[in-house]
Design a protein around this ligand. Structure first.
Ligand SMILES: [Zn+2]
Length: 327
């Protein structure tokens, strides 16, 4: 295992705000709520949290999901993983901490992009600061997402830039433990920008990556099962639980994304299966107008892997039709 911060056996306590301290004793699991902000009418906004504290020393693992609100598969994946854990069992080496985030997509800016946050800042910055305070106390982290509604990702680990040094190398190791089948190790674009939760976590010495899987707004058992397989693999790789990691048939390590956007409006018909390796020149999708005539063909400009599809079939100019991962 890569050198990660480990913690002795002992009570695991976080400050929930108005609810006071929340403590998981060794060998136990507790659920709670953490204060985030207060709305104009005094309504408190909180996020749910689960602390799982084991009975052996080991790393502490932050797992977050659904910071973008409707990315529900991540909630289901974590619920399945947590249900499979037995913190009392002597065979398990915890502590592991699991933190789940609540829907907050009404924030004025995207909380995901303003880490490490600012406790004295705007709503999104406060949310980010509260979550970052928890992430900082952990050995490593995975932040689970799906695309926005109308998009679908293969299970894909998106790493922070390797320019962040040793912690980024450890994030790569953690992604390899997950064995999602798809890893992007790049240096450009939104996912590696400063402010993104996993980038700031890694920069602060907590190896982390973004895990995208499935489709926004849709809860699918097959996606839950696949995501739980990956997270369970990570727990095994970290030595936090016993077991054999289950690996995918193929793994693709990619260096960047290439989003292919529509130049014409119309109806999208995708011609290749999500996850497929595609060759330069291969037909990926067609766009037809409302009369049924093809107005645009989307062709692979270079070799790649079809990692993100558009599932809402009515496209306007400028919308993404196909996203490739570049090998
Ligand atoms: Zn997201």
């Amino acid at each position: 295992m890569q050198a990660l911060k480990t913690f002795p056996v002992g009570p695991l306590t976080i400050d929930t705000g108005s609810g006071g301290p929340l403590t998981a004793q060794p060998g136990s699991l507790v659920r709670g709520q953490v204060d985030l902000v207060e709305l104009a009418d005094g309504t408190p906004v909180r996020f749910p949290i689960v602390l799982v504290n084991g009975s052996k020393p080991g790393p502490r693992f932050y797992l977050g999901a659904a910071i973008h609100g409707d990315e529900v598969n991540g909630i289901s994946i974590l619920a399945k993983v947590i249900a499979s854990l037995d913190p009392k069992s002597a065979d398990h080496r915890f502590p592991v901490s699991q933190f789940m985030k609540s829907p907050l997509d009404q924030a004025p800016i995207d909380a995901w992009t303003v880490f490490p946050g600012d406790a004295g800042g705007n709503l999104s910055q406060i949310v980010a600061a509260k979550m970052f305070a928890l992430i900082r106390e952990c050995s490593c982290a995975i932040d689970i997402h799906t695309p926005t509604r109308g998009g679908r990702y293969v299970p894909i680990a998106i790493l922070p830039s390797m320019s962040l040094g040793a912690a980024a190398e450890r994030a790569l190791w953690l992604a390899e433990q997950c064995a999602t089948g798809f890893i992007v190790k790049g240096d450009r674009g939104m996912y590696v920008s400063r402010g993104i939760s996993c980038v700031e976590a890694t920069a602060a010495g907590v190896p982390a990556f973004t895990f995208e899987i499935g489709e926004g707004g849709r809860l699918e058992q097959s996606v839950t099962d696949e995501g739980a397989r990956c997270i369970t693999n990570a727990l095994i790789g970290l030595g936090m639980i016993e077991g054999e990691r289950r690996l995918p048939p193929v793994s693709h390590l990619m260096s960047d994304f290439l989003g292919l956007r529509a130049h014409r409006g119309g109806l999208l018909r995708t011609e290749v299966e999500l996850g497929a390796v595609v060759k330069k020149g291969q037909l990926l999708a067609t766009i037809t107008d409302i009369w049924g005539d093809v107005v645009e063909t989307v062709v692979a400009p270079q070799d790649g892997v079809f990692v993100r599809s558009t599932t809402l079939s009515n496209l306007a100019t400028g919308e993404r039709a196909v996203t490739l991962g570049l090998l």
